[in-house]
Ligand binder design. Sequence first.
Ligand code: PLP
Length: 400
Amino acid sequence: ADFLAPRLRRVRPSPTAAISDQVRSLSAAGMDVINLGEGELDFDTPAHIRQAGIDAIVQGDTKYTAVAGTAALKQAIITKFNRENQIGYRADEVIAGSGAKQLIFNALLATVSSGDEVIIPAPYWVSYPDMVALAEGEPVIVPCHEKHGWKLQPEDLAAAITPKTRWVILNSPNNPTGAVYCAGELHALAAVLLDHPHVLVMADDIYEQICFVPGIFATLANVEPRLKERVLTVNGVSKGYSMTGWRLGYAGGPAWLISAMQILQSQSTSNPSSISQAATVAALEQGSDFITGWIEILQRRRTMIMNCANAISGLSADTPPGAFYVFANCQGMLGKTTASGDILRTDEDFAAYLLKSAHVATLQGSAFGAPGYLRIAYAIDDSRLQEACERITRACAELR
Ligand code: PLP
């Protein structure tokens, strides 16, 4: 008997979670795998934030909280949006959840129903299309191109909007390409969106702090205040504060939407961990001086990967302005033959080859809706990254 609900058939398991599982089991079996597949910084959560979590435990801050987050956390979120993004949200316009992922999921589940379309520019974060599918909506994938810096063009957005469009999802800095939309580019998209009052916009700003071009980051609700009532601004501490395991994200948006997300949360997870909430108050309130040092380190690593990729015939990449991924064109690798006689036909074959013969895990672009590319995450320590570069170079040199 098939006990699974039909809705589950529309969903694929997360390919990023799959590669991490694969790396864990290969490592457990004794293989020395270097993981450039994971979307996670290797830095420790800063000490003052960890201490705030410890303090919360010691003080008995270990009970259920208000569904949308404690009053202290909500205030910290409001202050963050005000100070860093110049967006004014009231307390009923913000919510904390168990990761940005849960908030995005709840927002889609609360608003998308059968036949509704959600515009997702590709390359995209792997979870968007499947979340839309779970909500019984239709993901409408709009390809973006390397020659446009991987950014959605206003005319392509306009052409994709139909009367059934519910959402457009914007993600900047972008996973997997590292693309960052500047204020001018958001203005141009906003001009299109102003003509379509039935469309909501998700601004997934989770990589806000991981930006290598000072001052370039911008977010839609700030750039075009007339859209604010239709924008959900999603953020969190996973990437900028290296707090992926704490599972704490937050969002600001119109009160009706926040309240709908809150209902879903109240009937599923109840509230994000009280301990993580306390730690996040410390993260948001005590500044992030450490980020300058992190950016320097990441920039050095980015250069290592860029030099490696561009020195290999058949691979090429442009310097990404944000996030911690290089999205390399590997079309020149396709059709090549391995030492054991296998032909690499797809980006997936190429990624599998690197794992098998170089013991380096990466992710094929097709997982992100962009076949012919390879996402290389470089948030691991310099010596391991150097070793990974050498292994990739050697494995590629063996191809004919
Ligand atoms: N959005 C994007 C684009 C991401 O890459 C990720 C994590 O990989 C998330 C959201 C989810 O972040 P969180 O850890 O806060 O759930």
